[in-house]
Design a protein around this ligand. Structure first.
Ligand SMILES: C[S@@+](CC[C@H](N)C(=O)[O-])C[C@H]1O[C@@H](n2cnc3c(N)ncnc32)[C@H](O)[C@@H]1O
Length: 263
């Protein structure tokens, strides 16, 4: 049985799950991320997943415009156990992180996972679905990162979040997001599945034989997931420049941009 709360590849379009149909229904996000059992399963699979995405994590850190020995504080939104944070802290030994997270279980696991970085990180409780920028977060930061979390937010919140990030970035400050996206093009979707199944020979069987619990996790995973293009549009509308998809493989992307240096 897979030990991941991130299901095997299967797109939102494939399931017919869209943000429009999901918004009125009970939001299952809490059921996944505030469940001891689900979080324990997610943590159990973390080492293997992190091995697979080490390159993307590293690239996110390399895109940050800081000198090797520069002291700066960044914010990690929906930080979970701090997998993205850790890579930035390793890359920039004088950096400090503020991790925004709404799950007590993920926060507790993160406190443990980051214990070797004592004094360089703190968690702030924050529900990204509610919005606003809590006072406990620095009001101006030179960098904000997020990974594998924005896809859990309904579209109006994705859009509003990108504006909130922009407002709280220092001039020239960067926002980078690593996440999964969906597609509305069935040809693209079939290509993603074909290649994904060839790269992971167990993927098709896992998809075909989900337990009810895995099915719930999968539904939660895809329910607010949307294509890449509108997300880049939200960045543009918020005022970001230097917007690019800095890395992409099938349905996983690393995109971002910066607040203009003046203005
Ligand atoms: C797939 S995990 C990714 C964690 C981490 N960013 C990483 O890359 O390993 C998704 C995280 O988003 C958090 N999350 C989901 N919805 C959230 C919300 N509304 N507000 C804050 N965090 C949220 C979950 O609790 C979980 O820690």
């Amino acid at each position: 049985m897979p030990t991941s709360a991130e299901p095997t590849r299967d797109t939102a379009a494939h399931d017919g799950a869209t943000h429009d149909t999901a918004t009125a229904a009970h939001d299952t996000n809490d059921d996944v991320w505030k469940s001891d059992e689900m979080v324990a399963q997610w943590v159990a699979g973390a080492a293997e997943r992190e091995r697979r995405r080490a390159g993307q994590r590293r690239l996110m850190a390399e895109l940050l415009p800081f000198d090797d020995d520069e002291a700066f504080t960044f914010v990690d939104l929906g930080a979970g156990t701090g997998a993205a944070t850790k890579v930035v802290l390793d890359r920039f030994p004088r950096a400090s992180a503020v991790l925004a997270e709404y799950s007590p279980q993920m926060t507790a696991e993160g406190e443990r996972a980051l214990s070797g970085y004592e004094g360089r990180f703190r968690y702030v409780e924050h529900d990204l679905a509610r919005g606003g920028w809590p006072d406990e977060l620095p009001s101006t930061v030179p960098a904000v990162i997020s990974s594998l979390c924005v896809h859990h937010l309904p579209d109006p919140r994705k859009r509003a979040l990108f504006s909130e990030i922009f407002e709280h970035l220092a001039p020239g400050g960067w926002y980078l997001n690593y996440d999964a996206v969906s597609t509305e093009d069935p040809v693209v979707e079939a290509a993603w599945l074909r290649a994904g199944d060839r790269l992971d020979p167990e993927a098709a069987a896992k998809r075909a034989h989900r337990s009810p619990e895995e099915e719930r996790r999968h539904e939660n995973h895809v329910r607010h997931m949307i294509p890449l293009a509108p997300q880049l549009g939200f960045l543009r509308d918020a005022g970001f420049e230097g917007i690019d998809v800095y890395w992409k493989e099938l349905d996983y992307v690393l995109y971002g941009g910066r607040r203009p240096a003046s203005g």
